[in-house]
Design a protein around this ligand. Structure first.
Ligand code: NAD
Length: 409
């Protein structure tokens, strides 16, 4: 398997071919600013001790405190965390929030741990990392297999260790009573939808004739599909891990949600035809939203995709080879670092509220998110036109430009 950090560096090299950056700046971007590895001893329920390895990689803080999730997975390793920290720096800079890039993780199978063991592990990670964490230093968030529950433990443990009065702002994605932001749970889907609206206008796709297909009916995909439906778009295809459904006249997304809750699958929905996930990606539509897994659009199916635009809500759904096919076919692909940045943007809003001891309404959060996502798309689109490059390349160039300016190198 290719090393994810090497892939990240290839993206950096590509952007550097399109626009001139200072060699010193590029050399600094090729390295993490700090990497910390700790051992976390945990007393297990059976009385034994297990030692877990935890990481925090701080890639770059030129634009603001390091920001990025913490993931719990049996395959988590330093190369993966290093690449994810780099991408967080790019993502925060693309949407123009005053945050840098970081990421953390623990090599663990969380399904094998009880709630009490998870709490000990999370508190142990926090104690070990406390010297480098802080509202103005490094602010973690949820990622794969971590939830608001873990974030509340991190804030609480950080307070115990540091007595920092601004402890709530040390981590985002908390529960609402612990200082979480309204609108955080739907932020990725909401942000993806705002990007879609901006893109549709740029491409001149008429609202009345815009058909949408969404792969993945989870946190991000279901929310986006609901917003398309509520706003009068025809959602003609939807899918989850068990397969897809299709109705050229449009699906009632709310009813599909009820059906999915009852049967745990979108398939066999009355008034729709069952299709495979492979068929779903090749449906006639104006906009395709991969919101499930990585590597779904490949050199095998890219030629058959009929969408006029793709919005990458999932992380890494398009392989580099498929990306080239879409570039040749003039199909714009709004990259993950922009399309799914709604989550980190509302994380930043949460941090801002905690720092100012404010509580914003859900409507205020939505308005600010809409403005942020549309402004980011505008800046990236302008760059794409100026450099005659892909949306992905333009997003990297915009982000690097902003980080370089903040670093002053
Ligand atoms: P989720 O687990 O809530 O949902 C994933 C959905 O994809 C589920 O409906 C699942 O059934 C479906 N799925 C799984 N395998 C599939 C397959 N082979 N074909 C079609 N559907 C399949 O996850 P999520 O939080 O919605 O995240 C989805 C993607 O968005 C991931 O790539 C994630 O990294 C990315 N993302 C999510 C967030 C967020 O805040 N939720 C933020 C940034 C990026």
């Amino acid at each position: 398997m290719s090393n994810p950090f090497e892939n990240a560096l290839k993206q950096l090299d590509r952007a550097a071919k399109l626009q001139t950056f200072s060699p010193n700046f590029l050399a600094q971007m090729r390295q993490s600013q700090r990497e910390v590895q700790i051992s976390i001893p945990v007393k297990m329920n059976d009385g034994s001790q297990k030692i877990f390895i935890g990481y925090r990689v701080e890639h770059n803080n030129a634009c603001g405190p390091y920001k990025g999730g913490i993931r719990y997975h049996q395959e988590t390793n330093i190369d993966e965390v290093r690449a994810l920290a780099f991408w967080m720096a790019i993502k925060c800079a693309v949407v123009g929030i005053p945050m840098g890039g970081g990421k953390g993780g623990i090599t663990v199978d969380p399904k094998a741990l009880s709630e009490g063991e998870m709490e000990s592990l999370t508190r142990g990670w926090t104690r070990g990392m406390a010297p480098i964490l802080g509202p103005k230093k490094d602010v973690p968030a949820p990622d794969v297999n971590t939830t608001p529950r873990e974030m509340d433990w991190i804030a609480d443990e950080y307070y115990k260790v540091t007595s920092d009065q601004k402890y709530k702002a040390v981590v985002t994605g908390k529960t609402i009573p612990a200082g979480g932001s309204l609108g955080r749970g739907t932020a990725t889907g909401d942000g993806g939808y705002f990007v879609f609206e901006g893109l549709r206008e740029k491409l001149g796709i008429e609202k009345g004739s815009c058909r949408v297909v969404v792969q993945g009916f989870g946190n991000a995909g279901q929310r986006m599909a609901e917003l398309f439906h509520q706003n009068g778009y025809k959602v003609v295809g939807l899918s989850d891990s068990r397969g897809g459904i299709y109705n050229p006249e449009g699906l009632d997304v709310a009813a599909v949600g009820v059906h999915k809750k009852a049967t745990r699958s979108v398939q066999d929905f009355a008034g729709a035809q069952n299709i495979s996930n492979a068929e779903l990606l090749e449906l006639e539509c104006e906009v395709l939203v991969p919101a499930a897994l990585e590597n779904q659009l490949t050199v095998e199916n890219a030629q058959n995709v009929k969408a006029k635009a793709i919005i990458e809500v999932a992380n890494g759904p398009t392989t580099p080879e498929a990306d080239e096919v879409f570039a040749l076919r003039n199909i714009p692909v709004v990259p993950d670092v922009l399309a799914n940045a709604g989550g980190v943007t509302v994380s930043y809003f949460e941090w801002d509220q905690n720092m100012k001891a404010e509580v914003w309404s859900e409507a205020d959060v939505a308005v600010k998110l809409d403005e942020t996502m549309k402004a980011a798309l505008d800046a990236v689109w302008e760059k794409k036109v100026a450099l005659n490059c892909t949306v992905r390349e333009a997003a990297f160039v915009v982000a690097l430009e902003r980080i370089e300016k903040a670093m002053g190198v």
